[in-house]
Design a protein around this ligand. Structure first.
Ligand SMILES: Cc1ncc(COP(=O)(O)O)c(C=O)c1O
Length: 308
């Protein structure tokens, strides 16, 4: 279960965790009209470093733009609120941060004109999402929603009904996670992570046209992998390629870098985390804490005590 913090940032106020409430007529509750982010902060012993804060907040604004949702604050205020709520809670351990911009109450209709937008920023201590060395996945019978109905590039709350359906069915089937195919039957993404495979010496991931969220971790992996001299390809992936890949791994803020050890019962590689995945995972884990000093622009210091 979630480890509750003391406070939540709500519309510019720091309020006690249990008092951060919304009305049951909240438009976003009925119609999924909220946009949100999932961000991590990592302890580096001296400080707490928020990873790619700027990129996450920018994506939240892009998500809102896709649907034309109004936002209450400019981007800089959200970034400040993230640092503020981590400090207010005195969080110094690894943490997860959830900014969510939602539409308030005042109508039963779909039209939200005149309805006030709100912003909450929730932060709490958080460990691993998948608490195991590697995961088993199944190809979901649910297809990933796509641009013709609901563009996955928008991290909108309503879209997550698709992810929840895939995830819950995967768990019911005895798997750890689902990978969804897109409307064409090509590999899209996990319920909350992007997919990579290692095949014929290249690190391969599906393009945005495969109905994926434009993951910040996906971007991080591609940049680091190229810097490390790997060949990175962004191209369509057929389902059968996953069954025969040398390595498969997930990349996401929550999942971080997680090896996939089987797909629909077919063992990936030799059933253990592969060397390329291990290499990328190792660098990623150092970069986020500033133990590898490359890309300082990706780390925002919370306590400004010389870390990150
Ligand atoms: C559907 C989906 N795909 C991919 C990702 C990975 O994105 P990121 O690396 O920005 O966390 C997430 C998590 O936010 C997600 O929910």
């Amino acid at each position: 279960m979630l480890k509750e913090a003391i406070y939540i940032w709500l519309d510019g106020n720091i309020v006690p965790w249990h008092e951060a409430k919304v009305h049951v007529m909240t438009h976003s509750l009925h119609y999924g009209t909220a946009v949100f982010e999932g961000i991590r902060a990592y302890s580096d012993r001296r400080d707490l470093c928020v990873f790619r804060l700027h990129d996450h907040v920018r994506r939240m604004y892009r998500s809102a733009k896709i649907y034309g949702f109004p936002l209450r604050y400019p981007e800089d205020e959200v970034k400040k609120a993230v640092v503020e709520i981590l400090r207010a809670n005195g969080i110094r351990e690894d943490a997860y941060i959830r900014p969510i911009s939602f539409l308030g109450h005042g109508t039963i209709g779909l039209v939200y004109t005149g309805i006030e937008p709100h912003l909450a920023v929730i932060a709490f201590q958080y460990g691993k999402y998948f608490n195991k060395e590697g995961v088993s996945v199944t190809i979901s019978s649910w297809r990933r929603l796509c641009d013709e109905s609901a563009p996955p590039m928008a991290k909108a709350s309503g879209h997550y009904i698709n992810s929840v359906a895939a995830k819950m069915d995967a768990l019911r089937g005895g798997y750890d996670e689902a990978i969804m195919l897109d409307h064409r039957g090509m590999v899209s993404e996990g319920s909350g992570e992007n997919v990579f495979m290692v095949r014929e010496g290249a690190i391969v991931t599906p393009p945005l046209s495969s109905c994926i969220l434009e993951g910040v971790t996906r971007d991080t992996v591609m940049i680091l992998a190229r810097e490390e001299g790997f060949m990175v390809e962004v191209r369509d992936i057929a389902r059968a390629e996953l069954y025969t890949a040398d390595e498969v791994f997930f990349a996401g803020t929550a999942a971080e870098i997680t090896p996939v050890l089987s797909v629909d019962g077919r063992i990936v590689g030799d059933g253990k985390p592969g060397p390329v995945t291990g290499h990328i995972k190792g660098i990623y884990e150092k970069i986020v804490r500033g133990e590898d000093e490359r890309h300082p622009e990706w780390r925002t210091s919370v306590y400004e005590e010389g870390g990150c």
